[in-house]
Design a protein around this ligand. Structure first.
Ligand code: RET
Length: 262
């Protein structure tokens, strides 16, 4: 494969920007975790863990991308060293279940209900990624189509759980929290859809260099929004919930004081 300089640099820049965003948001989540009540803190700690893991994987992805090509005669030519797509799948296998847990925990859900949601979402996420991987490795049109479509089944289940089951719990939330959760869900739907779309790009029959560039930029930008961007929304949900709890405590305190004066 020969990748024109412009496309090569675009991919490198997208990977580097995503790596920087993972590192920056890691610092942010670590420092800001104290700003949310203890009940919601695990969601922010998980956000930090996710971007920390992703930062490490991005440094490997970037190094592997650099090794896989050499600059020769005005373009980037395959060096013979393979590009490790596996880093992405290893990363997703760990981070996708954690991203789903973040949303459940930011809502302050606990007990068997939260556990059941997190377990089912995690199993579906692992199945989605494990089913997609063989198509990536075998890399023929038919295997990509079959494994990719198989991976879309658990993906659809995840969306169903988020919309229908989590939707019910939104009725108990304040208007602002419900609105922010609804943003987070839409952000999740729109950015997570980029992954299967990028996955299926090789079926479009574009030239190999463009196919690779579109796929890598797609995955990198999707990761940028789906991890640091989504984490910021989770942080906002946890802050709003913290404020709502404090307001409720103050009003209970007022009631108690009023009763004490009767
Ligand atoms: C931080 C990483 C995230 C949020 C990764 C999300 C990945 C997906 C939503 C992947 C989905 C796929 C399918 C729905 C079909 C099979 C191929 C996959 C694994 C790319």
């Amino acid at each position: 494969v020969i990748i024109p300089t412009g496309q090569y640099q675009l991919v490198t820049a997208a990977m580097a920007m995503t790596l920087a965003a993972m590192g920056g948001s890691f610092v942010f989540f670590v420092l800001m975790r104290e700003k949310v009540a203890l009940r919601y803190r695990s969601s922010i700690v998980i956000a930090a863990v996710v971007v920390g893991i992703a930062a490490f994987h991005y440094s490997r992805v970037l190094a592997s991308w650099a090794d896989a090509f050499q600059f020769r005669d005005g373009a980037y030519v395959a060096s013979g060293a393979p590009f490790f797509e596996a880093y992405r799948y290893a990363d997703w296998l760990v981070t996708v279940p954690l991203l789903l847990a973040q949303l459940v925990l930011a809502l302050g859900m606990t007990g068997p209900k939260a556990r059941s949601l997190i377990v089912r979402l995690s199993v579906a996420a692992a199945a989605m990624i494990a089913l997609g991987y063989p198509g990536e490795v075998i890399n023929t049109t038919s295997s990509r189509l079959i494994w990719g479509l198989a991976g879309c089944v658990p993906f659809a289940y995840i969306l169903y759980v988020l919309w229908v089951e989590l939707g019910r719990s939104l009725l108990d939330q304040t208007r602002e929290v419900a609105l922010t959760v609804s943003y987070a869900r839409w952000m999740l739907l729109l950015t997570w859809t980029i992954y299967p779309v990028s996955y299926f790009v090789p079926l479009l029959g574009l030239d190999p260099a463009t196919t690779e560039a579109v796929r890598q930029v797609g995955y990198s930008l999707a990761d940028l929004v789906a991890k640091p961007g989504y984490g910021l929304l989770i942080y906002r949900i946890a802050r709003l919930k913290t404020e709502a709890d404090e307001a409720e405590l103050t009003s209970v305190g007022d009631d108690v004081r009023r009763l004490a004066h009767v």
